[in-house]
Structure formats: C-alpha cells, structure tokens
Ligand binder design. Structure first.
Ligand code: GDP
Ligand code: MG
Length: 766
C-alpha cells in the first residue's frame, strides 16, 4: 500500500518536473528566437526616444505593396537591417522575419496582418506598414493606404506587373498616394528590365521614370548605375553570406565597359527629356541654364524635379535590385526619403478645421493578451499624450489612453508624447474600432464642425469632421462555427467580438432559424486563419461547417400581391390589408440596391409609426430572398395601399407587409445571382492544356491568354462556387508549377439549369 502510494507520488513529481522543464524549454526557445532580432533594443531605444518626434518634414509614412511572393517581406527585412534596427537578416524561407510575426504568417510564409514598423534612415524617420499581398486581405491593404503618405511597389522583375498589384495600385490611386517602384529579383535569369517597364505602362497605366540601370544580369547582377549622379554602385560580394551592408560607389569613367557607358548615356538623356516633359520648372531650367548639354545638368535640380513629378503623380520613379542577394536596397531607402512626401505635403483638408487640436484616425486594432486592445493611430493634427482622456467621435464616447508606444513589429517602445504626422500605438482605448476618429474632446469636435460650417467650401463633406474610414467589401464566403461545448459559447462570442474589432471584413451573425453562429469572410484562407486564431489565441477548439458561397437573389418579372392579416392576440384583434407591387431594377446583378416607394396619397395618410412599420416589413424581406433566403438586390417595391383597423399594432402591420412581399416575390420568379471571380493563372505552356481542361469543368470563361517569357498567363472568370480547393487541385495538376490569384469580379445571373441544380442540392434532393 505504502509502496504504491510512494510510486504514485514519485510519478506525479517526475511528471511535474518534466512538465516544468518542458515549459521552460519552450519559453527559452521563444526568447532565443526573439533575442536574435531584439537583443540590441535597450541601447537603440534610447536613440529612438531622443528623436521620437522628428521634424514633420523628415517623416515618411510608407507602405509596401506587391503581388504575393514579389519580395515585400524580404525587402522590408533588408530595410530594417541596413537602418540598424535589426542585427540579423531574417529570411522568409526560414520563417524568422520581424514583420511576419503572427504564427500563421511564419508558417505559411505570407504576410497577413499589416504590422507597423518604425525606423530611422539617415536623417529621416520612416514609419513602414507591411501590407499583405493575398487577395483575401485587400481590406488590410486599403486600410493602411488610407493612412500612408507614399508607397513602394515591389515587383518580381521577371514577372512584371501581376494581378494583385493592379488591384492595390488602383487603391493607391484612389487615395492619391505617390509611389516609387522597385524591380526586385534582378538576379533571376529571367529578370527583364524593359519588359517590366513596359508592363508598368500597359497594366498600371502609369508613367515609369527610370532612375537606375542595372549592372550585369541574372547571376552576374552586381549593382546599379544611378542616372542622376552617374555613380556606379557595386555590391562586390565575396560570399553568399555577405550582408550587402557595404558597397562601392564610384563615378562612371572610361574604364567602364563601353556598352554600359552607352546605355547609361542614352538612359540619362531619355530621363532628362522625360522629366522636362512632365515638369515645366525643370523644362525652363534646362532651356536657360544647360541648353543641349545634358552632361552639365545638376543632379540636385534633376532630383528636385523628379520629386515634384512623383508628388504630382505624373510619374513613378523606378529602381532595381535584388533584396534576397542584398543589392540595391540602400538606394531604395534613399529614394523613399528623397521622392515620397512628408505628412505635411499631403492634403488632408479636414485637418485645418482642427487648428492644431488633436485629430487622429484609428486604422488598426490588435488584441494583446496582457494589455488588452492596442489601437494604431495615425495623427493628422495636434499632439497625443498618454494618461489623457480622448473623445471618439464615431462612438460618442470619452476614453482614457493609458500608454503611448512606438510600434516596432511585435515590440513596442513607450514614449511620452507624439506629434502630427506620426503613427502611434495606444493602450487603453477599449471601445475604439478600426476606422474611428479620435479627438481631444467633444468641445474640440464641435469647434471644428463650427469652423467647417463657417469655412464654406465643402461644408457637407466636412460638417461632421469625421475622417472617412475604409470601405468594407461584402463577404463572399460563410460557414457555421460551433464551440466544443455550450459552456464555451460565451468565450467564443468574446473571441469573435475581439477579432471583428481588428478586422471589419469579418462578419459574424446568428442564423435566425437555427440559432447557429455564422462566420462570413472574404475567402477560404481568411476563414481558415480566423479559425486558427480562435484556437491559438483564445484556446477554443471550434468546429467549422462546410464553406458556403454567399449568393444573392433577385427577380425576373414584375408582380403585384394583396394580403390580409387577421389575428387576435389576447383581447386584441389586429386586422391589416396591404397591396403592393415589386419590379426588377436594371443592373440587379451589378449590385443595384433595393428601393422602396409609397403611392402618392399614402405618404400623407400613414402615421410615421405605421410608415416605419411598413418599411421594416419590406426591408426584412429584402434580407431573405424567396428562393434560398439570401439577400435580395435590384428589387423596387411600390406600396399601393395599407388599411388597418383601429388597435392594430405596428408589429402586425410589419408582419402583414412581409407576408405580402413574399407572395409578390414568389410570383415575380426568383433568380439566384452568384459571385463570379476573376482568375489569373500563370503556368508553363506545356501545362496550359490541363489547366484549361480543368477550368472548362468549372464553368469558367477564358478572357485572354497572354505570353510572359516561357509562361502563359491565363485570364478567366469563374463562379466562386466552383473554386473550392482550387489551390490544391492546381498544385496537383501542375506539380506546383503554377501560381494563381482570385478576386471578386461581379455577381451574375445563374442560368436556369445551374440554378435548378443548386436549388435541388440546397433542399437536399441531390
Ligand atoms: P512577399 O510575399 O512579397 O512578402 O515575398 P517574400 O519576401 O516572402 O519572398 C517570396 C519569395 O521570393 C521567397 O522565397 C524569397 O526568398 C524570394 N525572393 C525575395 N527577394 C528575392 C530576390 O531578390 N531574388 C530572388 N531570386 N528571390 C527573391
Ligand atoms: Mg510577405
């Protein structure tokens, strides 16, 4: 007896010993991993603190945008390294980069969440937001573009402009963000400068201004010639471990290859002519001071002109390099500071109504286990200080900010104040949601609104003095999500609430019929990541139902219906009669919203309460179409008459209207609209046939097939419903030798045959 007790005790102790050492090992490994990048922090933090609020003209708020795999993360890592903020070069292929700090990002090698990073380059402060490349996360990109002053577009020089870049570029244009292009991967044998330049012209409709000529090509790519200064920058790497920190800079002279000299001469002349065409001031200077002698053109004047051209978005400077081989990144950093705008060079009209009072936009919310929600703010005007109360205009609430931090990937440095133009990270704002405007007080918002009214001009636009947030696209996929036990339901709800505050493109709703929680997202990967985060960060193992496509519904015909509801509830009798008409609107598939109108005499006849009751009845039927219960679009409703006996409640009138709507909609021949995606597949010519064959089985329509070196680029549209698991299938078909991108194009009317198959499947008959 005693022996067994002893054994049990020793087993228990041994077990606990194993457990603790195991945990320690775990912790030790994590801290080692972090240390590799951050061990220097204590010293450098001091210098960072010393220049914590640099002169606004020295600040650059920059984003990097690119197609997936173009090299954003690799380039960012090099920037951090050369600026002195990291001591070791991270490598995306090893999964230890600074900016991809979420566990899933490291595992998947992609950037999901924009992480803000602050670092200094020479005399400038650079706040860099690493934007994600995957199409499921375009909202993240859009959100960060909203707060940036300039962007660097990174391209794979062997592929030129790829699909996702076009999308992001369009977004940057919408926000008037000046850009610089970086042609990365110049070390690849297939890298092609003129092809890439041409694709920037053709696909982005932009005006590339080439500032560098590459030296050597493919494996022998060794540096660039700066066309402004005629300096040749060479990275003479002796080993592959060379970090590219040092490089040689020398003026081009007759000892250089004649071919290179000729090329540089031509490119420089073309540059000068191009800039003179785009900038009148430079054209005049050229005429008066330099005549035809292009060699005499001062590099300073040329640089100033290129800057004006960039800021006016008349042209985009183009540089080249190879981040992975550590070449060309320092000149890119120089270009960021030289050509992209400081915050005070951008027009944020609204800022002037605040006259130096605090005005900031919350552009990102992260949840930190210990510190609670962390809110990233872009300060447009005024100064932010910790331990103060601020006013959130959107929530109409006063909140207290406890701490102010400078974001450094997942490390944060505490500071005492932060001025306009900067990006700050705040602790303590518990109610703030992405897209909210933060000011110092309600009175200050009111004063700004008054100034805006008195200031005339765009009164309507600025009357509310709220910074416009970010447009959230409609989710296209959804699925049910269930906690492991009912006891975990509350935890799951909390987790989903936190995740939604971070990511407005994630929608959560409860199915009114089944009571199940429904998760709606932008794509398969998006939902998968949310699922994963709930497990990792909140410790809840949830079960996801099958992924479903978010269809829409519309109608084909006009139809009229009448309905009478006669119901006695308790002592009270409710009687209402409604007559209405529904009709399809033009452009139903293209996303036309639904409309509602009342017959002329009704407007005056109905009391405001009853009018609202009728509107509620109509809108609730717009949310649930007659065929499959998906939201309707492109339907117009005319309420022709409403009669009710005295004592009939508003709720009963709403119910009567909904029932009548359903009747009319059923008569009007329901029509399912399905999301159709635009698909771009890049694949070797020999595999094109099998990709096309597969696409035909997915109801795909081929729009174009283009050539890119030895590859074919297939452009097509395909219904989203047919694209499940496409990445796996494409990988199998091509042994991993194809890449694709998928993006919502439009909603389209389904043909009758496909629609009836879908209806039968949904009702369980298939
Ligand atoms: P991101 O998806 O745009 O962030 O791209 P990553 O930085 O994750 O890089 C994608 C892949 O391209 C990785 O395998 C990198 O090693 C590789 N890569 C990045 N830069 C270069 C480069 O300059 N040359 C070559 N050959 N490969 C590169
Ligand atoms: Mg990345």
């Amino acid at each position: 007896m005693r022996v067994t007790a002893c054994r049990a005790l020793s087993r228990m102790l041994w077990g606990r010993y194993l457990l603790t050492t195991g945990l320690q090992c775990c912790r030790w490994r994590v801290s080692c991993h972090v240390k590799r990048h951050y061990s220097f922090l204590p010293d450098d933090v001091k210098s960072l603190k010393a220049v914590v609020n640099p002169d606004i003209s020295k600040i650059r708020n920059i984003g990097i945008m690119a197609h997936i795999d173009a090299g954003k993360t690799t380039t960012t890592e090099r920037m951090l390294y050369y600026s002195g903020y990291t001591r070791a070069l991270g490598d995306v292929d090893d999964g230890d980069t600074v900016t991809d700090f979420m566990a899933q990002e490291r595992e998947r090698g992609i950037t999901i969440q924009s992480a803000a990073v602050t670092f200094d380059w020479k005399t400038h402060r650079i706040n860099l937001i690493d934007t994600p490349g995957h199409v499921d996360f375009t909202l993240e990109v859009e959100r960060s573009l909203r707060v940036l002053d300039g962007a660097v577009a990174v391209f794979d020089a062997s592929a030129g402009v790829e699909a996702q870049t076009v999308t992001v570029w369009r977004q940057a244009e919408k926000h008037h963000v000046p850009c610089v292009c970086f042609l990365n991967k110049m070390d690849k044998p297939a890298a092609n400068l003129s092809f890439s330049i041409e694709s920037i012209k053709q696909k982005l409709k932009a005006n590339p201004v080439l500032l560098q000529i590459p030296v050597g090509s493919g494996k022998r790519f060794s540096g660039v010639v700066d066309l402004l200064t005629n300096q040749k920058l060479t990275w003479n790497q002796t080993s592959t471990r060379d970090d590219g920190q040092t490089f040689e800079s020398k003026a081009l002279d007759q000892s250089d290859e004649p071919e290179l000299l000729r090329e540089v001469g031509e490119a420089r002349a073309a540059l000068i002519e191009q800039v003179a065409d785009l900038d009148d001031e430079f054209a005049e200077l050229l005429l008066t001071d330099f005549g035809d002698d292009f060699d005499a053109v001062s590099s300073v004047k040329l640089q100033e002109a290129v800057r004006r051209v960039t800021l006016a978005r008349k042209g985009v400077p183009v540089l080249c390099g190879s981040s992975l081989r550590n070449k060309g990144v320092q000149p890119l950093l120089d270009a960021i500071t030289a050509y992209l705008p400081a915050p005070n060079e951008r027009h944020h009209d609204l800022v002037r109504w605040y006259e130096g009072d605090l005005c900031a936009l919350a552009f990102k919310v992260l949840h930190d286990k210990q510190r609670g929600p962390l809110v990233f703010l872009r300060i447009y005007s005024g100064t932010l200080k910790p331990q103060t109360a601020v006013y959130n205009i959107n929530r109409n609430s006063v909140e207290r900010m406890s701490r102010l931090l400078v974001p450094f990937a997942d490390q944060h440095v505490e500071i005492q104040s932060m001025t306009a133009g900067n990006i700050a990270l705040t602790v303590g704002l518990k109610q703030t949601v992405t897209g909210d405007t933060i000011v110092s007080s309600k009175a200050s918002a009111a004063a700004a609104a008054r100034r805006a009214r008195d200031g005339g001009g765009a009164v309507a636009e600025y009357a509310s003095v709220v910074l416009s947030g970010v447009e959230v696209p409609e989710p296209v996929f959804f699925c049910t999500i269930e906690p492991p036990t009912m006891a975990k339901q509350a935890d799951l709800e909390n987790a989903l609430q936190c995740l939604q505050r971070e990511d407005p493109s994630l929608k959560v709703r409860v199915d009114p019929d089944s009571g199940q929680t429904i998760l709606c997202g932008m794509g398969e990967l998006h939902i998968e990541i949310v699922h994963d985060r709930i497990r990792r960060e909140y410790g809840i193992e949830t079960h996801l139902g099958p992924l479903q496509v978010a269809y829409r519904e519309s109608i084909l015909l006009s139809a009229a219906a009448t309905d009478t509801l006669d119901r006695t509830v308790g002592e009270r009798r409710h009687v209402a009669t409604v007559e209405l008409r529904v009709a399809p609107l033009d452009g139903a598939a293209a996303g036309a919203s639904c409309e509602l109108a009342f017959a002329e005499n009704l407007e005056t006849q109905l009391s405001p309460d009853m009018k609202r009751a009728v509107e509620n009845g109509v809108h609730s039927s717009y949310h649930q179409g007659p065929l499959l219960g998906y939201p309707l679009q492109g339907v117009a409703t005319l309420i022709q008459s409403v009669h009710m006996e005295p004592g009939t409640s508003a709720a009963m009138v709403s119910a009567c209207v909904s029932r009548c709507m359903l009747k009319a909609l059923r008569l009007a021949r329901g029509q399912v609209l399905e999301p159709v995606m635009s698909l771009e597949v890049t694949v070797g010519e020999e595999l094109l046939g099998s990709v096309l064959g597969d696409l035909a089985q997915r109801r795909g329509t081929v729009r174009d097939i283009q050539s890119r070196h030895d590859d074919k680029v297939l452009l097509a549209t395909v219904p989203l419903a047919e694209m499940r698991d496409y990445s796996t299938i494409l990988r199998t078909l091509t042994s991993g030798n194809a890449t694709f991108s998928l993006e919502l194009d439009t909603y389209e009317v389904m043909n009758q045959q496909d629609q009836s198959t879908l209806l039968r499947r949904m009702s369980g008959l298939l």
